[in-house]
Design a protein around this ligand. Structure first.
Ligand SMILES: [Zn+2]
Ligand SMILES: [Zn+2]
Length: 235
């Protein structure tokens, strides 16, 4: 079946994410927009995944646990997992590789951890808008080794993208797909990689409508994840 998805959304844990991007608000907005599945992909962080998983379950929206990792070269790469638990193990490793620089909320915004009722249950300390000490060429295999799949984010954007940073899109890496930002022209050859269009929403209103569809067998996290995994090239 074809399911409407938006696989790149930030919560209030990302310092640049709006405070209204709480787990229950995101799940509720996804439901209102008629999305079948979403991914929460905070910058270098997993801590709002348990709450959004519960909120999505309550609304009947499939959650694909994810994270947007900033590599050593400042390239944004989306990593998706089959379960919140696997995403957490990977997220802890990523956070261990962030420099020990604290967030300055006045400058960058707060990094709020919330529960499924949207109550603040913690504030993440280290600044999440930093590069983890993991190479862009190293990340896809590391992510796969830990059960995930890797998708370069917004490859046609001017900032923090694979093409802008490295100058080209390699067609020989084990990516499950490449994310193309649909509001900008895309000139690079994407070879055999599947293309994903997602919102990269930092505000509730920016979450995608029913406009991008993927065909996977069942409306479940496992089915969506396995579909992405089956699309890994050059593994
Ligand atoms: Zn990004
Ligand atoms: Zn993003």
């Amino acid at each position: 079946m074809a399911f409407a998805v938006d696989l790149h959304i930030h919560s209030c844990l990302s310092p640049c994410g709006d405070e209204a991007m709480t787990p229950a608000n995101i799940a509720g907005m996804a439901y209102l927009k008629g999305l079948d599945a979403i991914a929460l992909t905070d910058h270098n962080a997993w801590q709002n995944l348990p709450a959004i998983k519960k909120a999505c379950d309550a609304y009947g929206v499939v959650l694909l646990p994810g994270m947007e990792v900033t590599t050593r070269e400042e390239v944004h790469m989306l990593c998706y997992f089959r379960s919140v638990e696997e995403a957490e193990v990977f997220g802890r490793l990523v956070q261990d590789k962030l420099p020990p620089i604290e967030n300055m909320p006045m400058l960058f915004g707060e990094q709020q951890i919330r529960n499924e009722d949207d109550e603040i249950i913690g504030i993440y300390g280290k600044l999440l808008l930093q590069a983890a000490d993991i190479g862009t060429d190293e990340l896809p295999r590391l992510c796969m080794k830990m059960g995930g799949v890797c998708v370069p984010a917004h490859v046609n954007r001017k900032a923090n993208s694979l093409i802008a940073t490295l100058g080209f899109l390699s067609l020989t890496e084990p990516y499950a797909a490449v994310e193309v930002y649909k509001k900008l022209p895309m000139e690079a050859d994407t070879g055999e990689y599947m293309i994903l269009n997602s919102s990269d929403a930092h505000y509730l209103g920016d979450i995608q409508e029913r406009e991008f569809f993927l065909r996977f067998p069942e409306k479940s996290t496992e089915s969506l994840f396995d579909y992405l995994k089956a699309h890994i090239r050059n593994a």
